[in-house]
Structures are given as C-alpha cells and as structure tokens.
Design a protein around this ligand. Structure first.
Ligand code: ZN
Length: 142
C-alpha cells in the first residue's frame, strides 16, 4: 500500500469516526469503518478528484458511508409490508397494504409509519437490536 493510500485511509477513518457513522465503541466499529474507507477509495481514488472545499469532501464521505450502511441493511432486511387501517370515528373503514422501505417500520397499534434514524440504521448494521417506543406507548423492535 502506498504512503498516499495509507494517509487517505487514515483521514477517512477519522472522518467516519468523528461523524459517528457507526455508533459503537472504537474497537467495535473500526473494522466496519476501515471497510467503508477502503470502498470509498475504490470508488473515488486518491487525490483524483479536486474537492471544492474541505466540507464537500467530508460531506461526500458521510453520504457515501450512510448509503453503504443502508445497503448492508437492505440486504439484511427482507421486504416487509404492513396493514394501514383507515379509521373513521372508531370504525375501520378500509385496510390498505403498504410495502415498507428498508428504512421504515410500522407501529401496528397506532398505524404510524416511522423512519429509522441514521443512528438506528448504523446500530442495525452492527447487529444491535433496538427497541423503539412509539408516541402511542407501543414498543417496537427496530
Ligand atoms: Zn404507535
């Protein structure tokens, strides 16, 4: 590995860590962070792109990592669907089936579709199970 690549990998790992892309301890998350950094270099190369300002580079890294983690989760999650009840007063007038995106989950108690936070998505990619408490009080495995 060239000095240049080493330096770039180190910088990427720092950025990923600093932006808390994976919310776990350093030792729990490092392998995954390093993997993302390698994939980033695979895609963008080293110094092949003239980044406008420092911020643009960092944003690109964060966007890339977020997408990468989402794709891992997409492979983990099979497609899920949920029933949405249309309620008038206390009567269910209609039941619709809706396919959930990999970033969504459904509260069957109050019929709300929630979007997973980047934090939850990152935790899931580390195989950490989270319990989400809905506004209605229902607890949901995320
Ligand atoms: Zn709910």
């Amino acid at each position: 590995m060239s000095q240049e690549v080493n330096k770039e990998l180190s910088l990427l790992c720092c950025i990923l860590r600093e932006n808390e892309i994976i919310n776990a301890t350093l030792f729990q998350s490092f392998d995954k962070i390093f993997e993302i950094a390698e994939k980033f270099i695979e895609k963008y190369g080293v110094d092949k792109i003239e980044w406008g300002v420092e911020m643009e580079y960092e944003e690109t890294v964060v966007d890339f990592a977020t997408l990468y983690i989402q794709n891992i989760n997409k492979e983990l999650n099979t497609e899920k669907q949920c029933d949405i009840h249309v309620v008038v007063g206390s009567t269910v007038t209609e039941t619709k089936t809706r396919l959930l995106a990999s970033t969504e989950f459904h509260c069957s108690k109050c019929n709300t579709i929630h979007t997973k936070s980047p934090y939850a998505i990152a935790q899931r990619s580390m195989n950490v199970d989270l319990i989400f408490t809905c506004d209605c009080g229902n607890k949901i495995d995320v």
